[in-house]
Design a protein around this ligand. Structure first.
Ligand code: 4AD
Length: 432
């Protein structure tokens, strides 16, 4: 074929021209006219192969096309009279790579089967839409922080110490140094960097040996974590809210096709873009939960069901703040007005989705942190570098972590986090 190949997403600029496209056959309908639905990764295209327009060999060959075979086609681009979308009136067809007995057929398949074939499932329209939205969210996150004067600090994956409790650590032997642990959060590494750069963030994979199978928990997930100096809880909340709106706006502006494929009702996203988020203290949320029928007691952490109940009752994201410090991480600043509480805030997504951001103000007193480390049974030696932040020019500072997959799950309104990444990792899933 001698002409130019065009990405399907750009075909609107080539109406009336003869061009080439290449991709994979999603579906074929063969009667006198053969209709081929092609996907090339940038979009979907209907190709029409008729006896009169295609070469005789191409017309014959079209009858042998199978699901997921790879092809090159050339022909004239025209506008489909009903959909208004470009379609190709095919002149010639070449098969580049055959495909037989593709396991994922247009019929319904169970989740276990689809997960077992995750590497192929990625080719489906729904997964394509989700992962393109994930890409957009990840890009929006970077653009937001880069545009706001933050410096990216890549925190290490192999770490000597715990950030979010010792019960979810993945360990691996590390030469003569004993055990290393896969990072649960980059936060502790951002805090020392803060004194060098003022505003920092990290964005990368984090790991937790979550032993429960829920629709919200992965063992490997991506987290973006900003950290700001001379800042308090309120600053972290405002930053998180601005970031969320930036992300949602980007998705609504650039991913309409994908949201439509997912049949996503966009009203809740518009609501989260255009309104100030709700706020509730932990104590108020426990009262509300009790009124909604939960048996939670003050002092207990929310269960997944509690988050679902609470966030089915609210029409936009909600910050829950001032938690009992007993179930929060050791590094949180205590509330000066009530030492039972920590200056933490979680952002819960509506439509029953629950926590997508966790963060707050960090303890700035050296003695308080030493006491906390001892209380948690952690080894002070492992945290010397972290404690130095409080020894040399300690300032109030705050930050948070947004779980990328939780954000994708809510924005796409997915029933489970397993579809939010190309190769999800959960308890019981280490494949492919
Ligand atoms: O609330 P978490 O545990 O907070 C931290 O890790 C802090 N060190 C972050 C910080 O302040 N820099 O986790 C933050 C977010 C959660 O709100 C959630 O979105 C996500 O990380 N997350 C998970 N996502 C998927 N699977 C899991 N197992 C997750 N655990 C946490």
């Amino acid at each position: 074929m001698s002409h130019q190949f065009v990405d399907v997403c750009n075909l609107k600029k080539h109406i009336g021209e003869t061009v080439g496209v290449r991709g994979w056959v999603r579906n074929v309908r063969t009667s006198k006219i053969r209709f081929v639905e092609l996907r090339d990764g940038t979009g979907f295209l209907q190709c029409v192969i008729t006896n009169s327009d295609a070469t005789p060999e191409s017309y014959q060959l079209a009858a042998t096309l199978t699901q997921e075979c790879a092809v090159e086609l050339s022909g004239t681009i025209q506008t489909h009279p009903k959909t208004g979308q470009p379609e190709m009136l095919v002149k010639s067809l070449t098969i580049i790579g055959g495909s037989s007995d593709y396991p994922i057929t247009p019929k319904e398949h169970g989740t276990a089967f689809l997960m077992d074939n995750r590497h192929l499932w990625l080719r489906s329209k729904r997964q394509w839409a989700i992962l393109r939205i994930r890409h957009t969210i990840a890009k929006a996150i970077r653009d937001f922080f880069d545009g706001d004067g933050f410096t990216l600090i890549d925190s290490p994956i192999l770490t000597p110490s715990a950030c979010e409790g010792t019960s979810t650590l993945f360990g691996t032997p590390y030469f003569d140094e004993g055990m290393a642990f896969l990072s649960q959060s980059g936060q502790l590494y951002l805090e020392p960097a803060l004194a060098a750069f003022g505003k920092v963030y990290c964005f990368g994979p984090t790991f937790r040996a979550e032993k429960s199978k829920t629709r919200r928990h992965l063992t490997e997930f991506w987290m973006v974590e900003p950290e700001i100096s001379f800042a308090h809880l309120e600053d972290a909340i405002q930053l998180g809210e601005r970031m969320m709106k930036f992300i949602i706006q980007r998705v609504l502006e650039t991913r309409q096709e994908e949201l439509k494929i997912l049949e996503r009702d966009q009203a809740p996203l518009e609501n989260a873009l255009n309104n100030t988020y709700l706020r509730m203290t932990y104590t108020e949320s426990v009262e509300r939960l009790k009124a909604l029928g939960s048996d939670i007691e003050w002092g207990q952490d929310f269960g997944n069901d509690d988050e679902t109940i609470l966030m089915n009752s609210l029409d936009r994201p909600c910050w829950v703040h001032h938690f009992p410090k007993e179930f929060k991480a050791f590094y949180m600043e205590p509330d000066p007005d009530d030492p039972r509480l920590a200056l933490g805030a979680d952002l819960l997504a509506p439509e029953g989705y629950g926590e997508i951001i966790g963060g707050g103000e960090r303890a700035s007193s050296l003695q308080y942190l030493l006491d906390q480390i001892a209380k948690e049974g952690l080894d002070e030696k492992d945290y010397r570098w972290y404690l130095d932040v409080r020894r040399y020019g300690s300032v109030p500072h705050a930050g948070y972590g947004l779980g990328l997959e939780r954000a994708v799950a809510w924005i796409c309104k997915l029933p489970h986090v397993r579809e939010t990444g190309a190769y999800p990792r959960m308890m019981g899933t280490l494949w492919p």
